[in-house]
Design a protein around this ligand. Structure first.
Ligand code: FES
Length: 112
């Protein structure tokens, strides 16, 4: 069995869906690249963080299928829509680091 790891957030991004219903073109891939860059620059992927590591997964579809690309922040269930690389940067800084969700960009909230 693998060792337990404390997880602060798990991020799921609809970046490159097989049936692209929520966005078209390269925007999802650009958001994914920015997410990787911003998490790494902020040190959020360090397993030894006292708050826990931040994990990320490229999801095929988050079942919202409009106003994408869509990002789900688990476990709080914040769904961000209309993403751009700039918005990703701000979500990482304001929501993940400072704990303040950006309510005007939310398209759904459903805590788990
Ligand atoms: S295709 Fe992006 S949420 Fe379904």
């Amino acid at each position: 069995m693998l060792p337990q790891q404390k997880v602060q957030y798990h991020l799921l991004l609809c970046a490159s869906p097989s049936k692209p219903l929520c966005h078209q073109g390269p925007l999802g891939a650009q958001c994914w690249e920015q997410l990787k860059k911003s998490l790494k620059a902020a040190g959020l992927e360090q397993p030894e963080r006292p708050e826990g590591v931040v994990l990320r997964t490229k999801a095929d579809c988050l079942r919202l299928c409009s106003n994408g690309p869509v990002l789900l922040v688990w476990p709080s269930g914040h769904y961000y829509g209309g993403l751009t690389p700039k918005r990703i940067e701000r979500i990482v800084a304001q929501h993940l680091i400072n704990g303040e969700p950006i309510t005007e960009w939310l398209i759904k909230q459903n805590s788990f």
